[in-house]
Structure formats: C-alpha cells, structure tokens
Design a protein around this ligand. Sequence first.
Ligand code: ADP
Ligand code: GLC
Length: 481
Amino acid sequence: MRVLFVSSEIFPLIKTGGLADVSGALPAALNVADVDVKCLIPGYSAVLDKVENQTYLGTLQVFTHLSCDLILGVIPNTQVEVIIIKHSGLFERDGGPYTHPHGHDWADNPMRFGVLSKVASLLSLHQPFWSWVPDIVHCNDWQTGLAPYYMKQRGLTQAKSLLSIHNIAFQGNFAPHWIQSLELSPQDYQLNGFEFYQQVSFLKAGIFYADQLSTVSPTYALEIQTEAFGFGLQGLLQGRSADITGILNGIDTDEWNPAADPYLPDHYSEKNLAGKARIKTTLQEALHLHVTDKMPLLGVVSRLTHQKGLDILIESMQELIDLGCQFAILGGGEKSFEAQFLAFAENNPNQVSVTIGYNEPLSHLIMAGADIFIMPSRFEPCGLNQLYGLRYGTPPIVSNTGGLADSICHSDEVSIQNNTATGFVIENVNRMSLLVTIKQALSRWNDRKIWKKIQKNGMKKEIGWKNSANAYIALYQKLLE
Ligand code: ADP
Ligand code: GLC
C-alpha cells in the first residue's frame, strides 16, 4: 500500500503545533508497519536545511504560470522519505510557515497552499520523472484541503483521498478572486462545492470532496457534527457522518521519554521517580522561582489563544498564588494573554515564571519538572500535551472535551481504587470549575502515596503510535475496497 502523506508542518523539520508532531510520528509508525509512505511538504528554508540525502526529482508544471522543482530526501532520525516542493518565491522566507515575522498571515497563503494541494494531486498521477504513484493521498487540515478537489476535478487519478481534520476552527477561507489563479472551476463555486459563505474554503473543499474523513479523537468526531463545535461545517459533516472516523493521536515515545530525554538534566521512569524531583529543583532554579518541594508547581505549555481556555486560569491565578502554587508558563499568541501572564510574573517572581515564545528544550523541562499540567481548553481536537503529561508523571488537569475527554480519567475514589485515575477533569470551562478541580488535585498531591499511584497509572498507559497507526491502516484498507 502506497500512501502520500501531505502536511504543511512535520517535526523535526518545522513545527507550530501538534500537527507537526503527528506528521512526524505517524508516517514513521506507518513505515514500521510496512506501509510504503512518503511525505509531501513545502520547501520552507528550515525544511531545505534539515532534510537529509536530497536529490532532484524533476520539475512539475503546477499551474499554467507556475512550476516548481521537487526534491526527494529523508526526514532526520527516520527512514521516512519526504518530497519537498522547492519554490523560493513562495516558501523560502523569514517568518513562520503561515505568518510574516510581524505576525500577520502571508497574503499569498492561498497560492502557497494551493500549490501544496495541487502538487499532491499531480503526484497521484504517473509523472515522467517518477513512477511512485500512491494508492492513497492522506491530507491534513485546510492547507491540503484542495487536494481532494483537484484529484476529482481532473478525474484521472485512481488514488483515493483521506482528509484528517486536526482543527476545524482553521478553515482557509479566502476571497473568490482566488478561483482564477488557483485554476478552480467556477461552476464548483457553490453549495455543492468549495464555496462557503461567499468565500473559497480550502477545508470545506476537503470535507466535500475527500473519499473519507477522519479527526484526531472519537469525541471530536462527534463534536464537529454539532453547532457548538462545527464552526459552520456541522451540516455538511452530518451529511457525511458515515465517512468520518475518530482516531486518537499517539505520541512519539522516543522523542518524549523521561528515561532518556536529552533536554533533561536527570532521568526517571515509573519505577523510580527520584529524578523528577531533582528536575523540579533545576526548573525552579532556571526560572528563578523559590526553590522548594513544598509548593506545587503547575505547568503550562501552550498557544495562548481563546481555544486553550487560559483566560480562566488568568482569572484564577491570584487565588492560586495565595494558596501557595507556583507556575511555569511557556507560550505565545494573543498579546492580551501574554501581558496578563507577564504581569503576574512581575508581581510574584518567586511563584510565577512566564516565558513568551517557542522553546523546545524548556517545554520538555516544564513537562518533567512540573507537578501538574494545566489544559482547560474550550475545544481540543486531540491535544498532545496532556499525553506528554501522562508520560512524564505530570498528571494533567483538562476540560471535558475532544481528545482530552478521551485520554484522561478523573481521579476519584473509584478510579484511584482501581488504578485507572490519570488526571483531573474540569466539568465546565469557567473559573469556579477550574478552581474546584485544582483544589481537588492539590489535596491528592498532598497525599504522596495516592499521588504516586496517579502518576504511575499515567506513565504506564500505552500511548505510543502503534494502535493508532493500525487504525489508520484499517481506514486505508477500507478506502481501497
Ligand atoms: P495545538 O496543536 O492545538 O497547539 P497540541 O497539544 O496538539 O496543541 O500540540 C501542541 C504542541 O506544541 C506540543 O508538542 C507542545 O509541546 C508544543 N508547544 C506549544 N507551545 C509551545 C511553546 N511555546 N514552546 C515549545 N513547544 C510548544
Ligand atoms: C491541532 C489540535 C490539537 C491536536 C493537533 C494534532 O493542532 O488543536 O488538539 O492535538 O492538531 O492532531
């Protein structure tokens, strides 16, 4: 079975969030399971710098007025081959994969990801320079949403398409004038097509034209079919409900392994947690917090956006500081969240540390050194940090939604008794609920025997990619039947 896995970010080449983690780890797991998988990614400068064994494949006419070179290489530390779309004008820029260094979206994102989608569709056909034709084109998120459309538009391909939705809030909706330059057919600009509220919608196109759909947790698969979570696409999704599968993400257990993590000054496992206590000290020192094992240290590593619900943490912070909690916060996003967190740090330097920006080593250090991880998301398609929290013996406090609901079991008398307790679930995303739940967690933390039990339950959980990769393989097989 040949699978072309198309994504706008792949760890360790380029990453803005969990999509990169999944796009790095899932193809590697598929490869181990003998699926013939190759990735496709835009040739951002970071990608061109990091991909190994690069060879020129050929030049592809993508649109009438646009061609690009294709390069084949290997993703570092894996056996997975990746095809890079090289077009210096579109992809080799300072800034992020989606944004200008000043933070605004690149104005030509429709063209940049239109090219990604179109190349995916062209690679599903035999090309003069390249005989590897996929059976399945596995698309991810809006950036690849036009690929299933282009595959159907030309009608030449035998390949089937799967679109995985990692976050339905990001839809890639753009002004209709892009129809012409993206060489879309004007007659498909309609309800039964890629039109969505008078815009060209990449994600809607994917949902409408893909042969199968998946989301990154079973609960989110149901949630996106409701008005509260569907961001306007719930009706279309209800119509395709038989074609939607929810598969919970796994994690890369080599990259996230407290027993061998190169970012950590010390190591530990579920059998011996002593190293974790020493890492807490290192973390407190590094962040200039008061060094003590008496105060619970709460960690946050997150995009600071409305989705992540951290405004309710901001509303609760003073009370938690007064209760003697410490905070290690790492993230970036909405300026008002950043400013409010920074103000707490300034006024409480012994108890609150806030680091704005993206910092891979610190994210691992917080995951290991914190006692508790906080993730009160309003919606969370899957979420990976709560899974890293399980693996690192840092029980997460999560909201009752999406992949959080599917991966964390609330610690109450029954679940503690039968060893299924792994974290804490807040009932509603509001200040009161969060405070009540954090206080429950703190009282468990004060009972070191019970706390250790909760930590170990999480650390023992099978959360690698094997099971989820098998679920994707079953879905690919269904597509080929
Ligand atoms: P999302 O993709 O919605 O942001 P996930 O929980 O799926 O949420 O994945 C987030 C990923 O990004 C995790 O690997 C997390 O560790 C990482 N991450 C988020 N913010 C930062 C940051 N400021 N520095 C380093 N890593 C971060
Ligand atoms: C998105 C979601 C997140 C999920 C990730 C990987 O970024 O917001 O919940 O874990 O994709 O699937």
